[in-house]
Design a protein around this ligand. Structure first.
Ligand code: GLU
Length: 349
C-alpha cells in the first residue's frame, strides 16, 4: 500500500501544480458576491420602475400596443446563475438584437473575414434604416464597405442573406437554431408582430432591393427581407436576452446549458461590432459611459456584455429619440457601474 502511494505521489504533485498554475493564469474571476449582484439589480429596478420617459416604437403597429410599463432586468454570471427583478416572463419581439446573432451565425459558419469583407464593420453615421447610407457607400473589393455594418438594416438584411441554405426553410432553421442555442431554450416567432411588420416593412423591402442592385446581396432579396422580418419577430423575455448576452460574455459557451454555441476566438468580432454600432446613433455615447458592447432593439430590449464577468439584459419598451430603451440604458449603466463591469476600467498597479 505504502509503495503504491509513493509511486502515485509524483503524479499527485504534477496535478496539484497544474491546478495552481491554472488558477494563477486564469483571467481574474468576477469578484462580486451574489448578494451584491442582487442588491445592484434590485436598486436599479426600484430607482427606474416608475420612470415615464420615452415612447414605444409605433412605426411597426404591433409595437405600439405593447405594455409600456413592462420592466424586467436579468443578469447571468459564469456559473449560470440568474439574478433578476421585475417581469422575467413576458416576451417582446427581439427586433434589432437579432442582428447580432445572425452576424454571429455567419461569422461562425464562414469566418471573421466574411462579414468584414462582404458587408463592413464601420459605423454608418446614419439612421439604422437609412437609404442614403446605401447610396453613399461603395464596396471596396476585398475590404468590405467603409461605412456599413451588420447591425444596421442594410447590413443586417445582407447578413441574413449570407446564411447558407438551399431553401428559405433551411436558412430559417439555422437562424432560429442559433437564437435558441444562445438563449438556451426553444424560442418562437410572435406571429402578430411578424404580420404587423410584414405589412408595414416597405422601407426594408426597398433596402433589400437596393442591396441587391449594389451587389451586397447576391440573390433573392425578397427571401432575405422576409427572413430578416421573421428573425426580428422572435419572442424573448429578459432572462432569454441576458443568457444570450452571457453566452457572448463567456467565450461563446452558454453558461446556463453548458453548450459551446460559437468558437471562442470568433466572439470578439461580434463584440466589436456591438461596441461600434449597437445603440444606433448613440453607440459612441453609450460606450463612453459604460464601456460595454451592447445591442438595443425597437421592441424595448437591450443586451450588454461585460466579457468574462456577466451578461445583462433589460426589457422596457419606451424608447428615446435615438431608438434605445430609456429605462434599460439607465438600469444597465447603474448595475454595471456597481459591479465593475466596464472592461476598460482597471485599477492602477
Ligand atoms: N425590425 C425592425 C426594422 O427593421 C428592427 C429595427 C430595430 O430594432 O432597430 O425596422
Amino acid at each position: 500500500m505504502k509503495a503504491r502511494i509513493a509511486m502515485a505521489w509524483p503524479l499527485v504533485r504534477v496535478a496539484v501544480t497544474a491546478v495552481v498554475v491554472a488558477l494563477v493564469l486564469a483571467p481574474s474571476a468576477f469578484a462580486q458576491a451574489p448578494a451584491d449582484i442582487q442588491k445592484a439589480v434590485d436598486a436599479a429596478y426600484a430607482k427606474y420602475k416608475d420612470l415615464k420617459e420615452g415612447k414605444n416604437a409605433d412605426y411597426i403597429p404591433a409595437l405600439a400596443r405593447v405594455d409600456p410599463n413592462l420592466f424586467g432586468i436579468a443578469v447571468v454570471t459564469a456559473d449560470g446563475k440568474v439574478y433578476s427583478a421585475g417581469d422575467l416572463k413576458t416576451e417582446v419581439s427581439i427586433q434589432s438584437i437579432s442582428k447580432v446573432f445572425s452576424a454571429a451565425q455567419v461569422i461562425q459558419e464562414q469566418g471573421l473575414d466574411s462579414i468584414a469583407m462582404q458587408i463592413g464593420v464601420d459605423a454608418t453615421g446614419a439612421r439604422f434604416n437609412s437609404i442614403i447610407a446605401i447610396e453613399g457607400v461603395k464596396m471596396v473589393a476585398g475590404a468590405g464597405a467603409p461605412e456599413m455594418n451588420p447591425l444596421v438594416n442594410p447590413g443586417a438584411i445582407s447578413a441574413t442573406s449570407m446564411v447558407k441554405g438551399a431553401t428559405a426553410d433551411e436558412v430559417w432553421k439555422k437562424i432560429i437554431g442559433t437564437n435558441n442555442d444562445f438563449a438556451g431554450r426553444q424560442l418562437s416567432v410572435l406571429q402578430d408582430v411578424y404580420k404587423s411588420e410584414s405589412d408595414s416593412n416597405q422601407r426594408n423591402q426597398a433596402i433589400g432591393a437596393l442591396m441587391l442592385a449594389y451587389g451586397y446581396i447576391k440573390a433573392n432579396w425578397q427571401q432575405a427581407v422576409d427572413l430578416y422580418t421573421r428573425q426580428c419577430s422572435i419572442g424573448v423575455n429578459a432572462k432569454d436576452l441576458a443568457t444570450m448576452a452571457a453566452t457572448l460574455a463567456f467565450g461563446g459557451k452558454n453558461p446556463v446549458t453548458g453548450k459551446q454555441v460559437m468558437d471562442a476566438d470568433r466572439v470578439p468580432g461580434v463584440l466589436a461590432i456591438m461596441a461600434t454600432a449597437g445603440l444606433y446613433d448613440d453607440s459612441g455615447k453609450w460606450l463612453y459611459r459604460t464601456g460595454l458592447p451592447a445591442k438595443s432593439g425597437v421592441g424595448g430590449g437591450l443586451i450588454a456584455v461585460s466579457p468574462g464577468k456577466f451578461g445583462i439584459a433589460v426589457i422596457a419598451p419606451p424608447l428615446d429619440d435615438a431608438g434605445n430603451s430609456v429605462k434599460a440604458q439607465k438600469a444597465i449603466a447603474d448595475i454595471s457601474n456597481a459591479l465593475g463591469g466596464n472592461p476598460y476600467k482597471v485599477a492602477a498597479k
